[in-house]
Ligand binder design. Structure first.
Ligand SMILES: [Zn+2]
Ligand SMILES: [Zn+2]
Length: 114
């Protein structure tokens, strides 16, 4: 009986939860954003013939010689235009989720690096 009641409650509040989760995600994204300084401090270079084996995991395209790549600290490479846009919303590597730069905010560092 009690279980049934709880399930009913949960169902009624499903919308609320979804709303909360979305808010959470927004906040998280806000926190994870990289600013232009951080993005621009990452090295870029023109793709060479050797980079032809590299695939940009954001647009899922193989890198073509001559395209501009941005190299992240974790040494993953992406098209500059692809990764710049990504980093604006999410300041970490799309593949291994490594942050591109330490968080600026001092304050007690909640070591949230995984
Ligand atoms: Zn790309
Ligand atoms: Zn990476």
């Amino acid at each position: 009986m009690e279980i049934h009641y709880l399930q009913g409650l949960h169902g009624d509040r499903a919308l609320d939860y979804e709303h909360l989760i979305r808010l959470d995600e927004q906040l998280l994204r806000e926190k994870n954003r990289a600013d232009n300084d951080q993005i621009n401090s990452l090295p870029t270079r023109k793709a060479t013939a050797e980079d032809k084996e590299v695939r940009c995991c954001i647009c899922m395209c193989d890198v073509e010689e001559g395209e501009v790549l941005r190299v992240l600290p974790c040494s993953h490479k992406y098209h500059q235009s692809c990764i710049d846009e990504w980093l604006t919303y999410n300041g970490c590597c799309p593949v291994d989720k490594k942050r591109i730069a330490p968080r600026r905010s001092r304050g007690r560092g909640t070591a949230h690096e995984s």
